[in-house]
Design a protein around this ligand. Structure first.
Ligand SMILES: NC(=O)c1ccc[n+]([C@@H]2O[C@H](COP(=O)([O-])OP(=O)(O)OC[C@H]3O[C@@H](n4cnc5c(N)ncnc54)[C@H](OP(=O)(O)O)[C@@H]3O)[C@@H](O)[C@H]2O)c1
Length: 215
């Protein structure tokens, strides 16, 4: 299966390498394939293709959105909304505002009765969005290897088959998935990033992940 990763930042790069390692064909998308970070990534990962957002969205049978929250709408326009139609789209984004954190607490440009994922679903009504990977640092996204077993990735989305597919991907990446329901659940999942980041801002601790305990 071909994976198109929209976003050349840390998340895009980590997930591109992870999918390649799992045997997928991967293209990493950017506005500019000549930018030094992308050229360096390409030289270190020759088996991963790079392309502009439009080429990457066309290439991918499954797409990953790994773009800053404030620029995601712009990236979708550059990628061409039609190229998302009918495809599973893993949404890793968070609606982080431009203002700095307060006492280690990030500011969001959404409210508690709204989420970036729901906005993206409105921009891409025919895409099968699944929220995932937003509530953990990129260094732990692939095979995190905790002694206590696989951590929990909270996911949501309107398409049941898409969530099953992403659950399988998460399992192969060393995670267990917990399905929180439809897109509105992103109102609860996106703020988990705020919680995850607090120890990082306050104490430079970034080696944790969430786990749901059940009786
Ligand atoms: N960093 C983490 O550990 C982490 C963990 C969980 C979730 N997340 C979420 O994952 C997403 C990606 O994070 P990231 O740190 O990997 O990358 P990022 O720096 O937030 O985003 C990088 C991507 O955004 C694109 N971009 C920047 N400005 C743009 C503009 N004006 N118009 C169009 N595109 C623009 C860049 O394009 P170019 O390629 O052209 O430069 C690049 O591909 C974010 O929403 C973040 O909240 C991050």
């Amino acid at each position: 299966m071909k994976i198109g990763i929209l976003g050349s930042g840390q998340v895009g790069q980590v997930l591109a390498k992870a999918f390649l390692n799992e045997g997928y064909e991967v293209m990493l998308g950017t506005r500019n394939t000549e930018k030094p970070e992308v050229v360096k990534f390409k030289s270190e990962n020759m088996a991963i293709q790079t392309g502009n957002f439009d080429q990457t969205a066309k290439f991918g049978e499954l797409l990953v959105l790994a773009t800053g929250g404030t620029v995601t709408e712009e990236v979708i326009k550059l990628a061409g909304p039609v190229n998302f139609s009918g495809k599973i789209v893993i949404d890793t984004t968070n609606p982080i505002a431009k203002e700095p954190p307060v006492n280690g607490v990030l500011k969001y440009f959404t409210s508690l009765n709204d989420s970036l994922m729901e906005r993206i679903q409105q921009w891409l009504p025919d895409a099968k969005l699944v929220k995932a990977f937003n509530s953990v640092g990129n260094g732990l996204m692939y095979k995190p290897g905790f002694k206590g077993g696989p951590p929990t990735m909270f996911i949501c989305g309107n398409d049941e088959e898409a969530k099953k597919k992403v659950t399988g991907i998460l399992r192969s990446f060393g995670w267990e998935a917990e399905d929180m329901g439809k897109a509105e659940a992103a109102r609860a999942i996106e703020p988990l990033c705020m919680l995850w980041c607090i120890p990082g801002f306050l104490r430079s601790e970034r080696t944790h992940a969430f786990k749901l305990l059940k009786k």
